[in-house]
Design a protein. Structure first.
Length: 304
């Protein structure tokens, strides 16, 4: 017996975009692109699992207790004082893997939300939400994607006294994200390896000003997003990893559209005024997805 008050839960979690150009490892936004995870406690050896995956990752992710969501559920329950149960998982994935749209963060947040739900603990309580964010961000080393998937909307994330923190803000209604998603995949660890250990002071000052402006632009003045999303900290350094991505960012910006690399790439995020793209932009090799901001963050759809 696990002693868990809840035996089954269904979780819906949004994908996310991070950095938004100027806000490296600090700014994020939830997008209307979702993974759905159903978790049920079953008879079996403690800590074991069987997983069925549909959609993204169906042919590439583990289908036993090595699956990321399972590992996070078990780790979360341990943090909450419960033993690891045997689980049966069903994952319906729409968030592309390794494209810079927060698929791993979404899986982590889904596992944490499922763990809290199985323990009968309200994730929306402030103290619980802080713990959930810290658990999620600790696994990635930064909180921008995780905070967006957890809280929804537009987030500013930081680390303080060894704890990950975030605040959620409501984006301006004219913020209309469009994602340009290529077939090529990327690895966050590999692209981080392209970043220099030091940057010029002028670039750091530029980034600070533009990141501050981005908070104002995202929430109150979207007409300033082109200036606010300008970056000198990370995108150009990663050009060798995905030259087509950087080329598309430059073409969009030259046409007056706020654009940036989404997370670790290679997806491009565009925030066009009024949601309209210039007719001359023809992003060959990229799937174009209009992804409104998700306002709710992770949610428990069913619980039994």
């Amino acid at each position: 017996m696990t002693g868990l008050p809840v035996s089954a839960v269904r979780v819906k979690v949004p994908g996310s975009t991070a950095n938004l150009g100027s806000g490296f490892d600090a700014l994020g936004m939830a997008l209307s692109l979702y993974d759905n995870v159903s978790a049920r406690v079953v008879d079996g050896p403690p800590g074991s699992a069987s997983v069925r995956v549909e959609g993204e990752g169906a042919d590439s992710v583990p289908t036993d207790e090595r699956h990321l969501v399972v590992r996070v559920v078990h780790k979360t329950l341990a943090e909450l004082g419960f033993p690891a149960p045997a689980l049966r998982l069903h994952c319906e994935n729409s968030i592309p893997h390794a494209r810079g749209l927060g698929s791993s963060s979404a899986a982590i947040v889904a596992g944490i939300a499922a763990g809290f739900a199985l323990a009968g603990i309200d994730l929306r309580d402030n103290d619980n939400a802080e713990l959930a964010l810290h658990l999620a961000a600790s696994q990635e080393g930064h909180a921008d994607n995780a905070a967006a998937s957890l809280l929804g909307g537009f987030v500013v994330a930081w680390q303080e006294s060894g704890r990950f923190r975030a605040v959620r803000m409501q984006p301006h209604p004219d913020v209309s994200p469009i994602a340009f998603v290529p077939q090529v995949r990327s690895a966050t660890d590999a692209t981080r390896g392209l970043l220099p250990e030091r940057v010029p002071h002028a670039d750091a000052a530029f980034a600070a000003g533009r990141a501050a402006l981005a908070v104002h632009a995202m929430t109150s003045a979207p007409e300033l997003l082109l200036a606010a999303t300008a970056d000198r900290l990370h995108q150009d350094y990663r050009e060798s990893a995905w030259p087509d991505t950087i080329a598309l960012v430059r073409r969009l910006r030259e046409a007056g559209v706020a654009a940036a690399v989404s997370g670790a790439g290679p997806t491009v995020l565009a925030l066009p005024t009024g949601g309209r793209l210039p007719a001359e932009i023809a992003p060959n090799g990229f799937q174009v997805l209009r992804l409104p901001v998700d306002d709710a963050g992770v949610r428990i759809v069913e619980q039994a």
